[in-house]
Design a protein around this ligand. Structure first.
Ligand SMILES: Cc1ncc(COP(=O)(O)O)c(C=O)c1O
Length: 446
């Protein structure tokens, strides 16, 4: 972003004519766009830092970071340089060791919690979750029953999907041994309880689900420390330690899926650090390499023998370009005080969101940690009935004014890059605030 550049800058009503032309060409082949794209089919040309540029010359404040993955902003020069070096040097040599892979994993291990140090590398989050479950089965001698929470999102491969609330009729039954339990979502408690009077009865339900649905093959609980896809659902501080206890009591593993919440997004390197929990396995992806595809999981040192029984080999997993991008990203984290910025700007945004909540009738909740945030729109603050029509309107309205972000029905997800500035965040929030006011007018709230 140059000094004088006006951001956001909407020069033509988006999606403009060039976007339309490119989108039509792509749509002739690409089928099954997400509702996010269907709602706002803009076509992006490039990105720099916190800014996205479309093909019609509009610029947007990026409040989505790809989808939580361009952690250090678009095209961070140090990451581009390091990745470029390997694009011109060595693109693939299967799972042979390369110096950059060794360097990346050493750096990774420095940042992982506890003694998690046995690592396998893959390309996307689903693949890494799937591999983590293979590791569970290997350590637990073939036990295969895994438990997660309603509303979780672990991916689109068979078992990761089976542990998620995907809700697609066509995808058939869950993989055998996949069970979901009531989510500890205190804003919309599925058990209709109130915290703290509930004494976290949801944890009793989890124990019941494990004991009554399990058949002696219980192996692990796989959870998101904060539910991302379901709208930045932050749990009470007691939840993760309780889940860990529940697992330990039964000789089960806790698999902490930090594909979305990990790598600094919440203001700590990994979200489990907030709760003093060291999981048996942690899964990472998305922001690890500043947007370049790489993922993986790490297991406690005492169990790393199990990984010798399950080859890490995949075609692209841990390729030199991805390792270079990951290594450079971790260097940027260290050199540019990324976590400090997440906490500073995260607090700034949360303070402003809390003020917005006071002045709007349709904001039921604002929540999050660090830069993993959400606004929950409701028809009535007391009934908390989801206001999906308003969610759609506000998403599209704010996007057309220059905020590129992520909708989820009535919940609007805010996930800027970890280098977001207060100045740009302030502008984006003003646009969002204005769009919510317009929604209130449109739907007759004043
Ligand atoms: C917590 C979590 N786990 C796993 C995944 C799957 O990752 P991918 O889409 O890279 O396969 C996602 C994706 O959104 C996620 O949020």
């Amino acid at each position: 972003m140059s000094e004088k550049e006006k951001i956001p800058n909407i020069v033509i009503n988006p999606p403009g004519p060039k976007s339309e032309e490119w989108h039509n060409r792509a749509s002739a082949h690409m089928k099954g766009y997400s509702s996010q794209v269907k709602q706002f089919p803009v076509v992006f040309e490039s990105g720099r830092g916190n800014i996205l540029y479309d093909v019609d010359g509009n610029s947007y404040i990026d409040f989505s970071a790809g989808i939580y993955c361009t952690s250090t902003g678009h095209c961070h020069p140090k990451i581009v340089e390091k990745t470029r070096e390997y694009v011109g040097k060595l693109m693939n040599c299967h799972d042979f060791t390369t110096p950059i892979k060794a360097m990346f994993m050493e750096k990774l291990a420095e940042h992982l919690p506890g003694d998690l140090s046995g690592i396998q590398l893959f390309n996307g989050g689903s693949e890494a979750v799937e591999a983590a479950i293979r590791a569970v089965r290997t350590v637990k001698d073939g036990k295969y029953e895994v438990f997660s929470f309603w509303g979780d999102w672990h991916g689109k491969t068979t078992q990761s999907m089976s542990l998620s609330s995907l809700g697609n009729y066509y995808f058939g039954p869950r993989f055998t041994g996949s069970h979901l339990s009531a989510t500890p979502n205190c804003y919309r408690c599925p058990l209709k309880q109130q915290y703290p009077e509930c004494k976290l009865i949801c944890m009793d339900v989890l124990e019941g689900t494990i004991d009554k649905e399990g058949t002696g093959m219980q192996a692990a609980v796989c959870m998101e420390p904060i539910q991302g896809y379901s709208g930045s659902v932050v749990y009470k501080d007691e939840i993760m330690p309780r889940v860990k206890q529940i697992c330990e009591k039964r000789g089960m593993f806790l698999v902490d899926d930090e594909v979305l919440a990990g790598f600094g997004r919440t203001g700590k390197m990994f979200c489990c650090e907030y709760y003093d929990v060291v999981p048996d396995i942690i899964v990472f992806g998305k922001g690890v390499a500043g947007g370049f595809p790489i993922s993986g999981f790490a297991i406690k040192k005492e169990y790393d023998w199990a990984l010798e029984k399950m080859s890490a080999s995949t075609t692209y997993g841990g390729n030199p370009m991805a390792c270079a991008a990951g290594y450079a990203t971790l260097q940027v984290f260290e050199e540019e005080n990324i976590l400090e910025n997440v906490n500073k700007v995260g607090k700034f945004i949360m303070d402003k969101l809390s003020k917005m909540k006071q002045s709007h009738k349709i904001i039921g909740d604002v929540r999050g940690k660090g830069l993993l945030l959400a606004i929950d729109l409701v028809k009535d603050i007391s009934t908390k009935e989801p206001f999906t029509e308003a969610g759609k309107f506000v998403y599209e309205n704010a996007f057309s004014k220059g905020v590129a972000w992520i909708p989820a029905g009535n919940i609007l997800r805010l996930a800027p890059a970890l280098i977001m500035t207060e100045e740009l965040a302030d502008k984006a929030l003003d646009i969002i605030d204005e769009s919510i006011t317009e929604a209130e007018k449109k739907f007759g709230y004043f």
